[in-house]
Design a protein around this ligand. Structure first.
Ligand code: SF4
Length: 244
């Protein structure tokens, strides 16, 4: 009998798929990826929900696969009040979403002169803690390859840390398709999008930008501009995970 190739093991040319698949085909592909991963990893599959539109989209897709899928939110002392309010509303609706935060002391305005260190302490460390405490073997993200300069070399299924699979089920979605999905499924989003933000983070490091690049409003004026907080680039599990 011919063995059925699972989407989880695909080696497709993702750059081509970004333009060749229709919205509906992308939704079906994402649901299949999550379904197959949930079948394989069970409760070890957990969604990282940053409360941005892409995470909220990945979370909604996961909930379509199973209402039992768990998730975590990493928040910081610098999140805008609107995001904090939205976080509590979301957690009230989905108590299976756990909040992680690092309250340790850090130098004042660290974000201005060393944003990498600030993000490491406030975002990467709590992400590692979530992965450890929730026994995560497969984390699901809302990463998209068309989102910015740093996000072009990812795969839908990756193992950047040994023993920890990273599933990026909406990797090939365009910004427009995310909004299409959220609108068609009446998914609530952070009210800050109505102000014109296209990518959301901590208040001191997030601006409204008219640049074509979706993440151009992040960390303006620093070497990190348009870049990453580190949860997608730093080790999250294993012997190097606690090295800052
Ligand atoms: S986004 Fe800015 S304030 Fe938030 S953790 Fe990173 S550097 Fe610090």
């Amino acid at each position: 009998m011919e063995e059925i190739m699972r989407l989880l093991e695909n080696n497709d040319n993702l750059k081509e798929l970004v333009d060749s698949l229709t919205y509906k085909e992308k939704v079906e592909r994402s649901l299949t990826l999550i379904e197959e991963a949930y079948e394989k990893y069970g409760d070890g599959l957990v969604v990282a929900n940053s409360l941005g539109k892409d995470s909220v989209c990945a979370w909604a897709l996961a909930k379509m696969v199973s209402p039992d899928i768990r998730g975590f939110i990493v928040t910081t002392r610098f999140k805008p009040v609107e995001t904090v309010r939205f976080m509590y509303e979301t957690v009230e609706q989905y108590p299976e979403l756990k909040i992680y935060k690092n309250d340790e002391d850090i130098p004042e305005q660290l974000y201005e002169y060393d944003p990498d260190r600030c993000c490491n302490i406030l975002k990467v460390l709590p992400t590692r803690r979530a992965i450890e405490e929730m026994d995560v073997t497969c984390w699901v993200t809302g990463l998209r390859c068309t989102e910015g300069r740093t996000r072009t070399d990812y795969r839908e299924v990756e193992e950047r840390d040994e023993g920890l699979i990273k599933l990026n089920p909406i990797l090939i979605w365009k910004e427009r398709e995310v909004w299409q999905f959220l609108a068609l499924n009446n998914v609530k989003v952070n009210p800050l999008y109505a102000e014109g933000y296209r990518s959301l983070g901590c208040a001191p490091c997030t601006n409204i930008s008219t640049d074509e690049n979706e993440r151009a409003g992040r960390w303006i004026g620093t070497s990190k501009c348009g870049g990453e907080c580190g949860i997608h680039t730093r080790p999250l599990k294993g012997e190097f995970a606690n090295v800052l």
